[in-house]
Design a protein around this ligand. Structure first.
Ligand SMILES: Cc1cc2nc3c(=O)[nH]c(=O)nc-3n(C[C@H](O)[C@H](O)[C@H](O)COP(=O)(O)O)c2cc1C
Length: 354
């Protein structure tokens, strides 16, 4: 039996296999609401046999959106649409997870197919917030520095959003602390030049992340999985490092975080990243080896054999797949066939089973 199709128990939740749909922004919302696109997009991957499906970056506040078109969960009215999606995912034997996000200094942009540029206030943009007023790209409007009450609001927004996620029926919560968004901006000395107790030392730079975890723990049940996506390295001298990721993970373990979703980069526009098949797997492997926590490997994982090798060799516990799932929503069903595993297909599709 291929390891990729062995179930994985995390707290009270069992994933039927080790294949996870990675969060992917769809930029298809109005005022943060989910709609038919999200149902079909996420629902198709549930039909396709994924063990866990994590929503796109879902904004915890309007100012935390990357674009005006982002999915959100900052108000109770958002719950109903999300619940419909979660219910469908569950009906297919898959688990629904949500990625909670705040874009920090990378907020207030247009969607990629509308140019992907920073939106000025007169174009419908908004003032962004960040640990320090350092723009991501030269020429961009600098963010407003978060003061203590601003930080408290961010932390409360994550908590309230997690509560709504629970009401919508999600079984996994993932905090987005990667890709140069707000929490990563605090972690990295490249974007955090504060002189208060949220900047400077490692203990200070991780403080807001720990506060977010503690706040979510106030509302998120102890028996439901808690993931965190990090950029395990900034790939830049003077930036956040793998060693710091390991140190942070050790602390997160004591706070009930179950799995580290190991991505990288995104905080500096011109970081030198060697990109290729499985190029971030070594982060998942190192963090797992050093701490014993569950890890997810992500980044150019495209074939069943590659995915199987990653989990069978113990480099990671799950593979987290983005673009291959856009090419092939039925990737898990196809992977099972190539690896010689008999998995259930939706009854409606059984006449086509490979
Ligand atoms: C269309 C698209 C949207 C994405 N949106 C998100 C997102 O909302 N949150 C996130 O953490 N990563 C996001 N990513 C990054 C992916 O989750 C993933 O980490 C990256 O694409 C590498 O995996 P892949 O090689 O399997 O595509 C996005 C990627 C794509 C292609």
């Amino acid at each position: 039996m291929a390891k990729l199709f062995e179930p994985l128990q995390i707290k009270s939740v069992e994933l039927k296999n080790r294949i996870v749909v990675s969060p992917m922004c769809e930029y298809s919302s109005v005022d943060g609401f989910s709609n038919d696109w999200h149902l079909v997009h996420l629902g198709s991957r549930a039909v396709g046999g994924a063990g866990l499906i994590i929503t796109e970056a879902t904004a915890v506040s309007p100012e935390g959106r990357i674009t005006p078109d982002d999915l959100g969960i900052w108000k109770d009215e958002h719950i109903e649409g999300l619940k419909r999606i979660v219910t469908f995912i569950k009906s297919q034997g898959s688990i629904a997870g949500i990625q909670l996000a705040h874009a920090g200094r990378k907020a207030s942009h247009s969607s990629p197919w509308k140019g992907g540029k920073m939106l000025w206030l007169e174009e419908g943009g908004w003032n962004t917030v960040a640990p320090s007023p350092i723009p991501f790209r030269e020429g961009e409007r600098p963010a407003t520095t978060l003061d203590k009450s601003g930080i408290e609001k961010v932390v409360a927004d994550f908590r309230d959003s997690a509560k709504r996620a629970l009401q919508a029926g999600f079984k996994v919560v993932e905090v987005h602390a990667a890709h140069g968004y707000l929490l990563h901006e605090f972690l990295s000395p490249l974007s955090n030049q504060r002189e208060d107790n949220y900047g400077g030392s490692f203990e200070n730079r991780i403080r807001i992340v720990l506060e977010v975890v503690d706040a979510i723990n106030e509302v998120w049940p102890k028996d439901l999985p808690f993931f965190m996506r990090i950029s395990a390295s900034d790939w830049t001298d003077g930036g956040w490092t793998l060693e710091e990721s390991i140190q942070l993970t050790r602390i997160l373990q004591t706070k009930g975080v179950d799995l580290i979703d190991c991505s990288s980069g995104g905080n500096i526009p011109h970081a030198k990243i060697t990109v290729g098949p499985g190029y971030q797997v070594h982060f998942a492997e190192a963090i797992k080896k050093e701490t014993g926590i569950l890890t997810g490997a992500v980044g150019i994982i495209t074939t069943p054999e590659q995915a199987e090798e990653i989990v069978a060799s113990g480099k990671a516990d799950v593979v987290i797949i983005a673009r291959q799932f856009l090419r092939d929503p039925y990737f898990p069903l196809h992977a099972a066939h190539s690896l010689g595993v008999d998995v259930e297909w939706p009854v409606q599709y059984q006449r086509a089973k490979l």
